[in-house]
Design a protein around this ligand. Structure first.
Ligand SMILES: *Cc1c(COP(=O)(O)O)cnc(C)c1O
Length: 490
């Protein structure tokens, strides 16, 4: 047989694609943990192509070299799978995309695809922008989308400034999520999608995803869900009917905090009133090979592998951190200086019952320890101090184990005051509507023993009784590398 020619390469690609599809089919029969550990990287690939490397290699390369002009032509016209150029595709990035597609599709027979991006915000932009193009029959006509009013601060800015202010696309905000009528009243023929965070950050609001998805589909539009806080260890929206999931991979998925990353995960043949058959057929593939190829918000291979490495232990970590968070939430609920604790895992939370219909630890029924389905609620919670903003700041300043940072999902416990950080840009009124008061501390419990986190909270809360906490002395906090840069080191 002729060892070159476009047809030769196409045939080789068909064989390897078939082989890979068979491998994926076998992988799908495995449990969640096995998929998280091995993903799409097979032993055959390790032995035949990667010198036996047990761990997925980081292909730190901008591009792929080709054997001849025919292979190059076949590759660059997308007739064969290719790593052509890392802005578009790269093997290490594919390892991450492959495992996320498998995990978000876990437990269903859905055919799922995934596109990794440089950040969660890039993932959101990638997920929504193809739906926000002008109508070719009415190029200056109005466009809107209906989305929860309580969203992550960055999402708020992207929607309120980049879409609404700069592009005149209206964001119709919903505040009572459980009220399907409120969502429905805001939908009209110019609505392009429904969007919500489940649960939301930091408010931990929740909506009935199945019913909302039915509503979206009855209007011919897609349901897009930011599932960062839940992760596929607790909920897989695509299997519940949603069309697209976005993940800030930077958070619980890449818990070590080594880097920023995002992902768009989609079902095949999604619902949309935008006339673009290619986009509807395979959204993530479309975004990868067309808009993102041209816009370039891609992830680096290094960050992809760092995220992949953390994902291997996702289920057991989310289980442990969820249990610790419940312990911490219960402690805070009975503390005299605490006005309110918001954690979906607390029975007193008004959305506890609804959340309990959706948030299940994956494979608990196959776990020797549980042997039955169990609810888990993640490691994000918030609490409000009696004594307003000042009390919140004092307690916050007194943490010595819990880091003060605008971050979440970490292996280490992290807290922030959203009103002065993640939600500072959107103004007082918007914060009020989003229920982010200045006395609210968002806490994301890490993998430390909960006793030690409770001790840190206990000491910090005691400042409200007049205790002095030594940690924040100015001499101490003025030390370190950053003040050395400022030139005030002794
Ligand atoms: C952090 C976050 C984002 C944005 O992700 P980045 O990776 O920081 O760009 C989006 N949604 C939620 C819920 C988040 O917590």
């Amino acid at each position: 047989m002729n060892q070159s020619g476009i047809e030769f390469y196409r045939e080789a690609a068909r064989r390897s694609t078939r082989w890979h599809q068979d491998y994926l089919r076998e992988m799908k029969k495995c449990r969640f943990d096995t998929i998280a550990v091995h993903g799409v990287y097979s032993m055959q690939e390790a032995l035949d192509f990667n010198q036996g490397s047990l761990i997925e290699p980081v292909y730190m390369s901008t591009s792929q070299g080709y054997r001849d002009a025919d292979e190059m032509e076949a590759a660059l016209s997308y007739q064969v799978p290719t790593w052509c150029y890392s802005r578009i595709a790269n093997p290490s990035i594919y390892y991450l995309e492959g495992v996320l597609a498998l995990l978000e599709g876990y437990g269903s027979d859905l055919d799922v695809s995934c596109l990794a991006t440089a950040s969660g915000m890039a993932a959101i932009q990638t997920a929504v922008d193809p739906f926000l193009l002008p109508d070719p029959n009415d190029p200056s006509g109005p466009i809107n989308f209906v989305a929860a009013g309580q969203v992550y601060g960055g999402t708020f800015q992207q929607f309120a400034v980049r879409k609404e202010k700069e592009r005149n696309i209206s964001w119709r905000r919903v505040f009572k999520y459980s009220d399907l009528d409120e969502w429905e009243r805001l939908i009209d023929k110019n609505t392009r999608f429904l969007y919500g965070e489940l649960p939301s950050n930091p408010g931990q609001t929740f909506f009935d995803l199945k019913k909302l998805t039915e509503l979206a589909h009855s209007h011919g539009i897609p349901m897009i869900v930011d599932s960062t806080v839940a992760t596929p260890a607790l909920m897989r929206p695509l299997a519940l009917g949603a069309d697209i999931v976005v993940q800030s991979v930077s958070k619980t998925l890449c818990t070590s905090g080594f880097g920023i990353a995002g992902a768009v995960i989609s079902r095949k043949n999604l619902t949309s009133n935008v006339d673009n058959p290619e986009m509807k057929a395979d959204f993530a593939l479309y975004a990868k090979t067309l808009p993102n190829r041209d816009n370039g918000p891609n992830i680096s291979p290094m960050n992809a592998i760092l995220a992949l490495n953390d994902i291997r232990t996702l289920r057991s970590r989310v289980d442990m951190q969820s249990r610790s968070t419940l312990t911490v939430a219960k402690y805070l609920s009975s503390h005299k200086h605490v006005e309110q604790v918001d954690y979906l895992g607390l029975e007193a939370h008004p959305l506890h019952r609804l959340a309990s219909e959706y948030l299940w630890l994956v494979d608990a029924e196959h776990d020797e320890q549980y042997g039955q389905p169990v609810n888990r609620y993640g490691h994000l919670m918030s609490f409000r101090l009696k004594g307003g903003a000042r009390a919140a700041r004092e307690v916050f300043n007194a943490f010595s184990r819990i880091y003060r940072a605008t971050d979440l999902g970490r292996i280490k416990s992290v807290a922030t005051i959203p009103a002065i950080s993640t939600h500072s840009q959107q103004g007082e009124d918007a914060r009020k509507m989003a229920d982010v008061p200045p006395n609210l501390i968002r806490l994301c419990v890490g993998a430390e023993h909960p006793d030690d986190i409770i001790n840190d909270l206990d000491t910090a809360l005691s400042v409200l009784d007049g205790n002095k906490v030594i940690f924040t002395s100015p001499e101490f906090s003025a030390g370190g590398a950053s003040s050395a840069l400022l030139g005030n080191k002794e």
